[in-house]
Ligand binder design. Structure first.
Ligand SMILES: NC(=O)c1ccc[n+]([C@@H]2O[C@H](COP(=O)([O-])OP(=O)(O)OC[C@H]3O[C@@H](n4cnc5c(N)ncnc54)[C@H](O)[C@@H]3O)[C@@H](O)[C@H]2O)c1
Length: 343
């Protein structure tokens, strides 16, 4: 089989990372086309990434007979419709998280995906393809921690992104803090425990950027999840981390506990100077998860070549979005929310 030809939509913060990986770092594929409404992004794709074709119209790109697969890295509210169109035009599809922001729309999209079982669909929960998370998952599966009782997760974005976040908050179409940020941790709790979430209770506070109150966005949120077997998930998500990009996960079991990235280390360097003993930290998601992004894309391409579906599927998208919606509802209505009430 020749190289898989991929077309990408969205060349923003993450789109550029995926596009660079498809063009230069993932074997057996070619970044053949790019779609954006922003001319400068298409120029970038042609000049820096060497793409053959550029499109201003997504409906035209998905009809390109040269393309085998579509990579969706557009704003979250557009994913469902774009997945459906790509599937209906016979393409394999990789979509960034979240799969969508509305349960009915996601279910409709899943029906379209299910109607095309010969085409590959993969969702971008890249932490599952990070070596440290895979190591931890293996320990859990081997029973090294015993039965899990608590999964605690921190996912806090660097505060240097706050200025632009505050500016574009209303238009960002992120779905809110829980759908945008906690969704990775929700997926990890489901992945590590092999359990679905039953109930959630979520809280939030805007302190450094009180302007976020006016646009209905959260700076810091916390949620407690109760899984079907009573395992507890404790999530903290935020957008105001001063030391960089803090993603940390702790698993507590009956036989032991483990922590992933307790200190979000950038590398193995320790600096001793007038500030004391300093450990450099990861500054953003492309840096912390650079290899995980390559690994997940390589897995998508391998799945196409080997005609098998990947481990992260549309149902993982549906379940995680439902939990994020439940967290948002719990925060807004100040009450415990059962997942059975999220339709
Ligand atoms: N896996 C992760 O850790 C991770 C990290 C960041 C973002 N994401 C996800 O990736 C997606 C993109 O996020 P981002 O931070 O790169 O956003 P961004 O705002 O930086 O980029 C969005 C891109 O979509 C394009 N776009 C905007 N409106 C469009 C429209 N109506 N039609 C077509 N294209 C349009 C923009 O031109 C831009 O290229 C989001 O769904 C986000 O949740 C995932």
């Amino acid at each position: 089989m020749s190289n898989i030809k991929v077309g990408i939509i969205g060349l923003g913060r993450l789109g550029k990372v995926h596009a660079g990986n498809l063009a230069f770092r993932v074997p057996n594929c070619e970044l053949y086309a790019a779609c954006s409404m922003v001319e400068a992004e298409l120029e970038y794709a042609k000049k820096e990434l060497g793409v053959t074709k550029t499109y201003a119209n997504y409906d035209e790109m998905v009809k390109d007979p040269e393309l085998d697969a579509i990579f969706i890295v557009s704003p979250s509210g557009l994913h469902c419709e774009q997945i459906q169109k790509a599937m209906e035009n016979g393409k394999h599809v990789f979509s960034e998280k979240p799969i969508g922001l509305d349960v009915a729309e996601i279910e409709k999209t899943m029906a379209v995906i299910d109607a095309h079982p010969e085409q590959i669909f993969m969702l971008g929960f890249m932490r599952r393809y990070d070596a440290d998370y895979q190591y931890a998952k293996e320990m859990v599966e081997k029973g090294e921690l015993g039965e899990l009782t608590v999964v605690r997760c921190y996912g806090i974005d660097p505060s240097d992104g706050m200025e632009s976040f505050v500016k574009f908050a209303g238009a960002s179409n992120s779905g809110g803090l829980f759908a945008d940020m906690s969704i990775h941790d929700i997926d990890l709790v489901r992945w590590f425990t092999n359990q679905e979430v039953k109930k959630v209770w979520a809280l939030g506070k805007n302190a450094a950027y009180k302007q976020l109150d006016e646009v209905g966005e959260l700076e810091t949120g916390a949620a407690m999840l109760q899984m079907a077997d009573k395992t507890m998930g404790i999530l903290v998500a935020g957008r105001n981390c001063h030391h960089g990009y803090h993603v940390e996960t702790e698993l507590i079991g009956t036989k032991g506990m483990l922590r992933i990235a307790q200190v979000p280390e950038k590398n193995l360097v320790t600096i001793m100077n007038e500030h004391g003993v300093v450990r450099p930290t990861s500054q953003n998601f492309p840096e912390r998860f650079s290899q995980a992004f390559v690994n997940e894309t390589a897995e998508f391409i391998n799945c196409i070549k080997e005609k098998r579906q990947p481990g992260v599927n549309a149902n993982d998208g549906l379940q995680s979005t439902k939990v994020a919606i439940a967290c948002q509802k719990s925060y807004e209505e100040d009450e415990l929310v059962s997942l059975s009430d999220i339709k």
